[in-house]
Design a protein around this ligand. Structure first.
Ligand code: OAD
Length: 256
């Protein structure tokens, strides 16, 4: 089937809908833009992005944690407090709906907020989960919290007394190998890859759409703004994910 080309804002192209419906195999790769409508700040957007207000090298590297564990710990607890007040939005619900009703829909996220999971999706979380914390020394201990931890310092690991740290991937660290493998498999398996709400600047996540394109798959970018992927994506949907993804579910006539 010849993939449709071009850009649209609303009204999913019928050829693309036919392709998704006929194949039934879709991978969805999401980034911070998918949680924007829930009130969670993105990273790189002018004015509001976290990395315009904070320096990642002070907060999201192993070196930052070694130099000032309290500052890093408190920053992640602040982010937890924002997420704790947030609810999944239409984009998260639509992704879960696609997963429930398509033959095979695998979801890969760079987000650590857990909102996809709260909306009912099973995800490969490439960058970890902000609600999980683990032993910094990797003794094997990890635990999941349900609210921000207001202790000013990272608590000691109950098993070995090394400091606990957020179980997220920091700059300079490798992604969990099993999660990355599942993501690559998902993209290789899918006829259509939907890429929603990511600037596509952080690797290896940004390589996943490139791998799909190299295999001749249809890659649909859902983002109101241009990214490096925009020039090469098969189709661009110039709309917010919280509008575009529910509209896709409706156009495919998926049950709730
Ligand atoms: P970015 O902040 O880099 O990009 C967010 C993208 O979402 C931008 O391209 C926006 O145009 C777009 N966007 C904003 N609102 C949107 C909406 N309602 N619908 C659709 N798109 C929207 O965030 P990520 O690409 O997720 O890594 O960043 C990737 C990684 O960089 C993050 O996982 C994090 C960060 O450093 C780690 O912490 C390891």
């Amino acid at each position: 089937m010849t993939p449709p080309a071009g850009s649209f804002e609303t009204g999913w192209p019928s050829a693309l809908l036919d392709e998704i419906a006929a194949a039934g195999t879709v991978a969805v790769l999401t980034g911070a833009g998918v949680s924007a409508a829930s009130g969670i700040p993105t990273f790189r957007e002018a004015q509001t992005g976290l990395w315009t207000r904070f320096r990642p090298e002070d907060l999201a590297t192993p070196e930052a944690f070694a130099a000032n564990p309290a500052r890093v710990w408190q920053w992640y607890q602040w982010r937890r407090s924002l997420i704790a007040r947030a609810e999944p939005n239409g984009a998260h619900r639509a992704v879960a709906r696609l997963q429930r009703h398509l033959i095979d829909c695998r979801v890969i996220t760079q987000n650590v907020d857990g909102l996809h999971e709260r909306a009912g999706a099973r995800v490969s979380a490439l960058h970890g989960n902000i609600w999980r914390q683990r032993c910094q020394r990797r003794c094997g201990f990890s635990e999941t919290a349900t609210e921000p931890d207001d202790r000013p310092e990272p608590p000691p690991c109950p098993a070995c007394a090394a400091p606990m740290r957020p179980d997220v991937v920091w700059f300079g660290e490798s992604l969990p190998a099993d999660v990355l493998k599942a993501a690559v498999t998902a993209v290789e398996h899918a006829e259509v890859v939907l890429v929603a709400g990511t600037s596509g600047l952080v690797y290896p996540a940004a390589a996943l759409p490139e791998q799909a394109l190299a295999r001749g798959r249809t890659v649909v970018e859902i983002n109101p703004d241009d990214t490096p992927l925009s020039a090469v994506a098969t189709v661009r949907c110039r709309n917010a994910a919280d509008a575009a993804l529910p509209a896709l579910c409706e156009a495919l006539a998926l049950p709730d």
